[in-house]
Design a protein around this ligand. Structure first.
Ligand code: NAD
Length: 246
């Protein structure tokens, strides 16, 4: 898959799936803007990537995806740095573990702001400023389809993200921008092993059901690539058949 001369933003870039995705897109020839909350983690990631790729092909920007002004600034910085913009991977995400009766309005708004509104803010900017032939991939979750106790706002946000994916694919068509989603299953990142449901045994994970961040990055790269030009508005489960079991 060739991404030469293409410019991508990856949100949540310093996390497990974000790092693997940035690396995969760089391997394909893209220039990548690494966006995340903390400058120190971005600097560490950039130093790591600079060992393997031309430093001129990466840049970093701190961006809280739940803040529209920061999303606009991140897109400004990308276009200033690389001259144009072709792809965004809406990967930033956060979870919360509480029974519904203990959840607050702020809990819900906090999760929805990051896991759903962040993708909306980037989609809006994409429709205003992305080049034709561009593509968006939203990183949802198998929780959009089936879920477990204690993660209601996360499951709701990830399900709504699939709905946004469909709506945006319809409206993006005339602009030459495709919009798809991936639904990762259990992926070997801190988000999985720090998960209180996994630690307590509420969620049991078979070792054979755990994928690598690179497995998700490969699916994201496919959906961004020109070879996927007729793949639009779809949700691709990448879970090693975890949800297929009776
Ligand atoms: N790891 C899994 O098993 C799994 C499964 C299904 C879906 N996912 C999804 O994959 C995506 C990446 O998760 P991961 O496993 O790499 O986890 P991670 O915790 O390693 O990475 C998440 C990244 O998002 C960033 N982030 C959080 N809030 C942000 C905000 N407001 N603005 C910008 N960045 C923010 C964090 O700083 C972190 O770098 C998430 O959307 C997650 O919901 C993960």
């Amino acid at each position: 898959m060739g991404f030469d001369q293409r410019i991508a933003i990856v949100t949540g870039a310093s996390g497990g799936i974000g790092q693997a995705t940035a690396r995969r897109l760089l391997q394909g020839g893209a220039n990548v803007m690494l966006a995340d909350l903390r400058q120190d983690r971005l600097d560490a990631l950039r130093a790591d990537l600079d060992r393997d790729f031309d430093p001129a092909r990466t840049a970093v920007v701190t961006c809280d995806v739940s803040r529209e002004d920061q999303v606009i600034a991140a897109v400004d910085a990308t276009i200033k740095q690389f001259g144009a913009w072709d792809f965004v991977v809406n990967n930033a995400g956060t979870m919360l573990f509480k029974p519904i009766e203990a959840q607050t309005e702020q809990d819900w708004r906090g999760i929805l702001d990051v896991d759903l509104m962040g993708a909306f803010f980037y989609t809006k900017q994409a429709f205003l400023r992305m080049r034709r032939g561009g593509a968006i991939v939203n990183v949802s979750s198998v929780h959009a389809v089936e879920t477990e106790p204690l993660v209601a706002p996360y499951a709701a946000a990830k399900a709504a993200l699939l709905s946004l994916t469909r709506s945006a694919a319809l409206e993006g068509k005339a602009k030459g921008i495709r919009v798809n989603a991936v639904l990762p299953g259990a992926v070997d990142t801190p988000m999985l092993w720090d998960n209180p449901n996994v630690k307590s045994g509420v969620e049991v994970i078979d070792k054979t059901d755990v994928g690598a961040p690179e497995d998700i990055a490969a699916a994201i790269a496919f959906l961004l690539a020109d070879e996927a030009r007729f793949v639009d508005g779809t949700s691709l489960r990448v879970d090693g058949a975890r949800l297929a079991r009776l």
